[in-house]
Design a binder for this molecule. Structure first.
Ligand SMILES: Cc1ncc(COP(=O)(O)OP(=O)(O)O)c(N)n1
Ligand SMILES: Cc1nc(C(=O)O)sc1CCOP(=O)(O)O
Length: 447
């Protein structure tokens, strides 16, 4: 049985069903494990024909097939923490209990009973076996209010009911019960039987698809516990993780949208790439002997947005802009998200129309510079700076108008200025460093 000897990455297991719609079950669990940087393994208990509108059919695996999967993994890898999800039948619950004992697994039990969009996932006869044979073997269970009520045998309609239910469930032999607050007041409640204490993890409701949120929560708990986080820290991390996975859910079907456990990790990667791209762009501009002559009075900025950017905080640019000093371009501050309003406004308007256009920069306006842009083959559009719309930023309104007028996103959007407003040329493109190279080429052609 091996742990990864070089990195000691924890190896965890999910014993759960598959959701053909890719939202819940092992799909959610394995994505969550990957996001937490642990190695995820799985033993499939049932195959469900399921989508965002509900469960259409389920096909339970033979208990022997489930045992064989667990055996295959546990005889080869060192697994301490595992989680269970959909267990379907009494025979499956019994077999899983046997395997948990045999391999000494520390278990997080997600008492899956039904799919949010509709469909039973635990047979009636399996319920008492779950309570009698598996629950006493688990370290942590993570019911939602409905599941907590079913396990405790009382209705759970408010935080006080949740407390009562948590104690009753712990009395069944569980070390820690976490009643998740998604169906109550968004506060998760932890009850630890050894200390007879309650801890509340407050939260707020967020909008987004929630299909698979229970699986994702219990998988996140498993990953954190496998990384030796304390119970309370694990619960806080798991809650935050589910919140951001709900916020990044994608409307992939007609029903309840699935959570997106990988969304934050991918976004973080895109943020890093955007920062790196602007960093490279600034180096190109600062290295150039010619570029400084294109810097306008107000300074220039160059920005790069993450895919799907929605606001200034999604655009990386230079704090304090880039200014001319001793004939060279000098960045004033660091490169960060939210550092630009004007250039970021142009980018946000552009990517609403054409998502691939994620970079822009502003340069000085002159007829010569504009003509040189034209000679470089760049498409050009303009807007009237003097037209003001109450409550709408001029850049946002102007860029959108210029894009509409052009019939797509042009390579250049300019305006001829207004009272107290410097005229400006903006270059637009797919990447910041590419734009910086274009700006240097442009500068070389200007007298
Ligand atoms: C195969 C499978 N396992 C578990 C569930 C329930 O998942 P959960 O995370 O509780 O989310 P909802 O179904 O309530 O959205 C499932 N649906 N399918
Ligand atoms: C002042 C100003 N106006 C611009 C325009 O495009 O009209 S670009 C610009 C300078 C850059 O500003 P920021 O750092 O907010 O992007």
């Amino acid at each position: 049985m091996t742990e990864n000897p070089l990195t000691k990455i924890p190896i965890v297991m999910t014993i759960a069903g598959s959701d053909s719609g890719g939202g819940a079950g092992i799909a959610a669990d394995l994505k969550t494990f990957a996001s937490f940087g642990v190695h995820g393994t799985c033993a499939i208990t049932s195959v469900t024909a399921q989508n965002t509108t509900g469960v259409l059919e389920t096909f339970d695996l033979a208990p022997g097939a489930i045992a064989s999967q667990i055996e295959a993994v546990c005889s080869d890898m060192k697994i301490k923490w595992a989680k269970t999800g959909m267990l379907a039948s009494a025979e499956i619950v019994k077999q899983v209990a046997k395997q948990v004992k045999k391999h000494g697994l520390s278990l997080v039990l997600d008492p899956v009973m039904a799919a949010e969009a509709g469909g039973d996932l635990l047979q009636k006869e399996a319920f008492s076996v779950l309570i009698e044979e598996l629950l006493p073997l688990c370290k942590v269970t993570t019911p939602n209010a409905f599941e907590a009520g079913a396990l405790a045998g009382i209705p759970v309609k408010n935080p006080e009911d949740a407390k009562l239910a948590a104690r009753k469930i712990a009395d069944l032999g569980v070390e820690a019960v976490i009643v998740t607050g998604g169906h109550l007041d968004a506060t998760d409640l932890i009850y630890e039987s050894v200390s007879d204490t309650f801890t509340r993890i407050p939260g707020t409701f967020v909008s987004g698809g929630t299909h698979g949120s229970g699986c994702t929560y219990s998988a996140a708990m498993t990953a954190c516990l496998a990384c030796d986080d304390r119970l309370e820290i694990s619960a806080m991390k798991a809650k935050n993780f589910v919140v951001q996975a709900i916020q990044r859910s994608m409307p992939v079907g007609r029903g309840v949208g699935p959570v997106n456990p990988l969304g934050k990790a991918l976004e973080d990667k895109e943020r890093y790439l955007a920062l790196e791209d602007v960093k490279e762009a600034v180096l190109i501009l600062a290295d150039s002997h010619e570029f400084a002559k294109l810097i306008p009075e107000v300074g220039c900025n160059i920005g790069m947005a993450i895919p799907g950017a929605r606001n200034y905080e999604d655009v990386a640019a230079v704090e304090g802009r880039i200014v001319r000093c001793r004939g060279r371009a000098n960045p004033v501050g660091c490169i960060d998200f939210g550092a630009s309003k004007h250039v970021a406004g142009v980018i946000l308007a552009a990517l609403r129309e054409q998502p691939g256009i994620r970079a822009a920069m502003n340069v000085k306006y002159s007829e010569e510079i504009l003509a040189t842009c034209r000679s470089l083959g760049l498409g050009i559009s303009l807007f009237d700076r003097e037209k003001e719309t109450e409550g709408v930023s001029t850049i946002d309104r102007g860029s959108s108008e210029a894009i509409k007028e052009y019939g797509g996103v042009p390579g250049v959007i300019y305006d001829e200025g207004g009272v107290g407003k410097e005229p400006m040329i903006r270059l637009l493109g797919t990447g910041a460093s590419e734009l910086a190279k274009l700006a240097v080429e442009l500068a070389r052609k200007i007298e």
